[in-house]
Design a protein around this ligand. Structure first.
Ligand code: BTN
Length: 251
């Protein structure tokens, strides 16, 4: 983990401070502890390995040592409670932009709601967990996992997942990815607070592979036509109706 120790974030607030651990159960849990103790926005937790990394919907996030990025950022964006789900999309966009530098813009896309994929294979997942106080968001833990250095993925994931190394055909340093990610996260989270989700929708839609595709999501079947200003995926069903899907896996 020498490549992570001593990381100095090039961003203004993201990654200040950055805490690096050899192993944690989940970086999201560690970041939450700091947030509950009143740490400033920007604190970032990195782990070389996670023993209980988690993904959306209670799934496990396999987190071996020495290969990938597992990070959680404490953010306190200015966003209405009803718009908190848009954060995962905004973070997905930021990840997409950061890794484009390594794999090329055309190859990488956001799969609604929170996957970043390279040529249809998952490279990164985003897990945003909010804490509510009264009627507003007290803080959000922005968790990001990026597959970076592995020369292969586990056999059972070989059809569905990839790593930056596999996608670029060369070694990629975790530190370089982290630098790019710190900058893009800061830029996109600042824009969300300042201008609102609507101002980011154009950029997001242009990177979203789900739009225009036939989808099945939580019993709704049709063609994904749009992303609404609350982050919902808008699906045109066979009978012509438009249905806003707020959560679920896209099949
Ligand atoms: C998903 O695709 O379901 C989201 C995966 C999120 C994984 C990251 S790794 C860093 C952070 N800590 C966790 O336990 N999960 C997130």
């Amino acid at each position: 983990m020498d490549d992570l120790v001593g990381f100095i974030s090039p961003a203004r607030w993201v990654g200040h401070p950055t805490l690096v651990y050899a192993e944690l159960a989940s970086t999201n849990d560690e970041a939450r502890k700091h947030a509950e103790n009143g740490c400033p926005q920007g604190l970032m937790v990195l782990a070389d390995a996670q023993s209980a990394g988690r993904g959306r919907r209670g799934r496990a996030w396999v987190s071996p040592a020495g290969e990938n990025l597992y990070l959680s950022l404490v953010a306190r964006p200015t966003v209405a409670l009803a718009r908190v789900p848009t954060m995962a999309l905004v973070v997905g966009l930021a990840v997409c932009e950061a890794v484009s530098k390594f794999v090329g813009t055309e190859a990488v896309s956001v799969k609604w709601p929170n996957d970043v994929r390279v040529r249809e294979k998952k490279l990164s997942g985003v897990l945003v967990e909010g804490a509510i106080r009264g009627a507003s968001l007290s803080y959000a833990i922005v968790g990001v996992g990026v597959n970076v250095r592995g020369a292969r993925v586990a056999e059972e994931l070989s059809e569905t997942a990839t790593t930056l190394r596999m996608a670029c055909g060369r070694e990629v340093s975790r530190r370089e990815v982290l630098e790019a990610l710190s900058r893009s996260l800061e830029s996109r989270l600042d824009a969300l607070s300042r201008d609102g989700f609507g101002a980011l929708l154009g950029a997001l839609k242009s990177r979203c592979e789900t739009l225009g595709r036939a989808v099945k999501i939580e019993g709704v079947e049709g063609v994904a036509e749009d992303i609404a200003d609350d982050g919902a995926l808008v699906v045109r069903t066979r009978d012509g109706a438009l249905v806003a899907c707020h959560a679920g896996d896209v099949g």
